[in-house]
Design a protein around this ligand. Structure first.
Ligand code: SF4
Ligand code: SF4
Length: 351
């Protein structure tokens, strides 16, 4: 089980250039597999361009109480990158003025940012239609100071989106750490108890599934049925939707693929499962990602690869929605993860 981030371990892969080198060399350099650019050009979809902004996703820091094996953020207790209140204030100016209908707070564990509650309170006042917080669930049980998070979320009508890789203890703990399953179940029961995830409840609770190994997720609808049945029968837990997400070959998942000698096979699976119909709806076409230090990226994955937006508007302090619309999306081979099968995004399938 992983216990430290790649950064703390001073791994080669903590360096985003090294990750990009791996993704560009080998099977993609020698022509065994087509690059993502060549693949989308086959259907005249290159360059991929941003449409109207709909979702603003803000990463408030890479600190997390967990160190999951697959984490694309390389998050963990040892990561100290945290959004300051000053940068949050710059974000609030944008939140109040943007035409985006969804605000999506992520991390790390976003709740660990010391200004998290202040930020949620201020952002909620902007009255944005869908206000998502991505919670790993265990944070709710990690320390007394987080025990009231369900009530806090309810008070601000936050839409909770939580990771839950499986309905069994073994598979969940293998990917996310010992004890994660039991704490997640407890947290879900607490959220249910105040109305989250209940049928017809306006308090939205969605779960996120991602595979625990070098394989692609199954059909989202049938997995949702299986999750709902098992969680209800075993723990009396209810939730609204399940999002099935493909693991992208970056950061700790790339490290896992290389260490388990699955990298090439996984890239082959992604390319074989390429679905041209998913390209026009990949999340970078309607989403913008803001990093803990305020820089703008096409998505959270590009943020971790340190591939900034291709626009003159590069920082939240100089945010210009008109300039950002129509920008050319920065792509590399990791993008195959978003176009495999039914496609994948933070909101689940896209095609
Ligand atoms: S809970 Fe999420 S952010 Fe934290 S280590 Fe796991 S995957 Fe990464
Ligand atoms: S990885 Fe990011 S840039 Fe690439 S297709 Fe997916 S959302 Fe777009």
């Amino acid at each position: 089980m992983v216990t430290k981030s790649l950064h703390k371990r001073e791994s080669d892969l903590a360096n985003s250039n090294r990750q990009l080198e791996i993704l560009s060399n080998g099977i993609f350099q020698n022509g065994e597999l087509p690059t993502f650019k060549a693949k989308i050009a086959e259907t005249n979809q290159f360059p991929l361009k941003a449409k109207k902004l709909e979702i603003l996703q803000i990463n408030v820091g890479y600190m997390c109480n967990q160190v999951c094996e697959h984490c694309h953020v390389d998050a963990g207790p040892d990561r100290k990158e945290i959004m300051t209140r000053e940068t949050m204030q710059q974000c609030l100016v944008v939140i109040k003025n943007t035409g985006a209908h969804t605000l999506d707070l992520t991390g790390g564990a976003p709740e660990m940012n010391p200004d998290f509650r202040w930020f949620v309170e201020e952002a909620a006042k902007a009255g944005i239609k869908d206000f998502i917080v991505r919670s790993n669930l265990t944070i709710i049980r990690a320390n007394k100071k987080y025990y009231d998070l369900p009530e806090f979320f309810k008070k601000h009508n936050v839409h909770v989106v939580s990771s839950m890789p499986h309905w069994t203890r073994g598979k969940t703990d293998k990917q996310r750490g010992d004890g994660v399953f039991d704490k997640s179940i407890k947290a879900l029961q607490e959220l249910n108890a105040i109305g989250y995830g209940m049928p017809n409840s306006g308090l939205k609770l969605d779960l996120v599934y991602n595979p625990s190994g070098a394989f692609l997720p199954g059909d989202q609808m049938s997995m949702e049925k299986d999750f709902k049945k098992a969680l209800l029968e075993d723990f009396n837990i209810q939730f609204h939707n399940l999002f099935a997400i493909t693991n992208l070959p970056i950061s700790r998942f790339l490290d896992y693929l290389i260490a388990s000698e699955n990298y090439e096979d996984y890239m082959y699976s992604l390319v074989e499962a390429y679905n041209p119909a998913a390209v026009s709806n990949v999340m970078c076409t309607n989403t913008l990602s803001v990093s803990w230090d305020g820089y703008l990226y096409d998505c959270d994955f590009n943020q971790m690869l340190e591939l900034p937006v291709n626009s003159k508007s590069k920082h939240i302090s100089e945010f210009n929605e008109d300039l950002l619309e129509g920008r050319k999306i920065v792509i590399s081979q990791h993008c195959y993860g978003c176009t495999a099968g039914a496609g994948s995004s933070c909101q689940g399938v896209v095609a």
